[in-house]
Design a protein around this ligand. Sequence first.
Ligand code: NAP
Length: 350
Amino acid sequence: MTVELRDLTTLRLGGPARRYVEAATEAELIEAVQAADEAGEPVLLVAGGSNLVVADEGFDGVVVRIATTGVTSDVEARCGPSCSGATVTVAAGEDWDAFVARAVASEWVGVEALAGIPGAVGSTPIQNVGAYGQEVAESIARVRVWDRRLKGVRTFANADCVFGYRHSRFKADLSRHVVLDVTFQLRCGDLGAPVKYAELARTLGVEQGDRAPLGKVRDAVLALRRGKGMVLDADDHDTWSAGSFFTNPFLSAEQASALPEESPRFPQPDGTVKTSAAWLIDHAGFGKGHGLDLRGGRVSLSTKHTLALTNRGGASTADLLELAREVRDGVERTFGVRLVNEPVLVGVEL
Ligand code: NAP
């Protein structure tokens, strides 16, 4: 039976896999990748499929779906007055949002603001997933991987993961490592980590830097994300996306000074200035829902957020890339800033 990538990706785009393997255990996962590597067969790893844009022609190699399961926590993970923290190891194929729900229910602190992010746990260290002022690098103790070059299992402590803004050593060398599991070091308690993000603090009715009950933080994040079409819902085409399609640009001080006065600017310690890709898109003339009246309405910007490119049903990857180019080139013409795609492109170029 032919497996279509459109059935494995949140964008619901992408043609057939030449070969398909579902790996339910770590041994099956390693074996599938190693066998393909030895045969010189291209490998596409898919877990949640939430950050992938795959060609209409599909993938001419083996698609390995990471379906490993398992969450283990050490004794200290039982919360109580003497709890010194929870060390929790999660298999790569586990659903990220379900893990966040479990962490909150177990009173493990540190990932509550990352609720509602689609995808699997093993994908989170790759681009150091972050949202609402939290990122996984703050909670990861170590990442175990299959190293395809050295043909062995390796463990990277946090400091060796080279985490940066939506970046890590795994993203820098995408085809080398297969994440097997991730170990989190989480504090115990019923209050979330200090709320860093202004919009989240406003929603919770607390000052930035204050804490709020863990469950309330999760609920507030889920509500904010839902309002922006960023929580998967099969009935809502605004969520048929790969999340944010473009990363926020980091500009030199000189580039940033050329932007309009009212544009968002977040100065960074290294002297660069981060701005908002969503703002640039909007102010270059691509508002929410842009594209609904073009290309048969098959693709458009989300009607809830300008940063998500969405499949309205019946779209092709070619349609989506056409829209992506239109937006990228329009922003560049207007502001001189070239946006870079965040999702991984497979068999296509922007
Ligand atoms: P927003 O509140 O409209 O803000 C736009 C951008 O400004 C955000 O991307 C955020 O960067 C940045 N920003 C806001 N306050 C900042 C501060 N004090 N310092 C530095 N940068 C700041 O953002 P949004 O698009 O609705 O997203 C809300 C949060 O959810 C963001 O954290 C975003 O990253 C996350 N999110 C991510 C995805 C994804 O697919 N990657 C999808 C949906 C939402 P940051 O992105 O660095 O926070």
